[in-house]
Design a protein around this ligand. Sequence first.
Ligand SMILES: C[S@@+](CC[C@H](N)C(=O)[O-])C[C@H]1O[C@@H](n2cnc3c(N)ncnc32)[C@H](O)[C@@H]1O
Ligand SMILES: Nc1nc2[nH]cc(C(=O)O)c2c(=O)[nH]1
Ligand code: SF4
Ligand SMILES: [Mg+2]
Length: 208
Amino acid sequence: MTTQELVASGLQLPVMEAFYTIQGEGRFTGTPAYFIRLGGCDVGCVWCDVKESWEAGKWPILAIEEIVEEAVKYPGRLVVITGGEPLMYDLDPLTRLLKENGFTTNIETSGAHPFSGDFDWVCFSPKKFKKPHPSIYSEADELKVVIFHQSDFKFAEEHAALVNKSCELRLQPEWSKAEKFTSEIINYVKNHPTWNISLQTHKFMDIP
Ligand SMILES: C[S@@+](CC[C@H](N)C(=O)[O-])C[C@H]1O[C@@H](n2cnc3c(N)ncnc32)[C@H](O)[C@@H]1O
Ligand SMILES: Nc1nc2[nH]cc(C(=O)O)c2c(=O)[nH]1
Ligand code: SF4
Ligand SMILES: [Mg+2]
């Protein structure tokens, strides 16, 4: 198979970086986790905090065996697959291998591409910049909407109406606008208690 075919089948993937840290956001905030950041994203969020990830061709292509061989070196058994947009790739082979090696698998995704992979927790963060693929709505365990503009509260409610009833609902201030929006988010959550707040706590702790 050519490299292109191996990537298309999910047996090799472009990896921007992989690091052992503390999950900073969402349901598993505070939990040690090994992050695998795949290269490539076509969503184009103006406020994205990892724009350098967007161009897939910049990053080394690794076999999934090499990715997992590195992950097992750390004591934690929670893996978070992020990016870039990880659902640009078929994540079935990587997640299968991670599970065979005893990992719990989480994903951070905009849902802009068809769902794949075997995940214990799916954090869905929809974006106005590219419509989510319909396959994500039934898979989402957590809806995490970034608040950058007043209109994002309405966008959040529109997506909350589309996910499962059991899906946890969170609002996360966009980092550069946090000063402006955190107090609004606090008021919103107090008045709409089905929602709660997610902060990018790793940025406060100054860790990756
Ligand atoms: C960098 S993205 C990668 C995964 C996927 N592409 C996504 O957007 O969900 C990881 C998480 O960071 C959030 N995020 C990115 N830039 C942010 C920023 N400037 N402020 C707050 N959250 C941000 C995203 O919404 C997403 O929940
Ligand atoms: N510590 C830490 N937690 C995170 N949660 C989601 C992240 C991401 O970029 O997907 C992230 C990240 O980059 N670092
Ligand atoms: S979808 Fe995620 S990685 Fe892509 S631009 Fe938006 S925040 Fe960045
Ligand atoms: Mg991040």
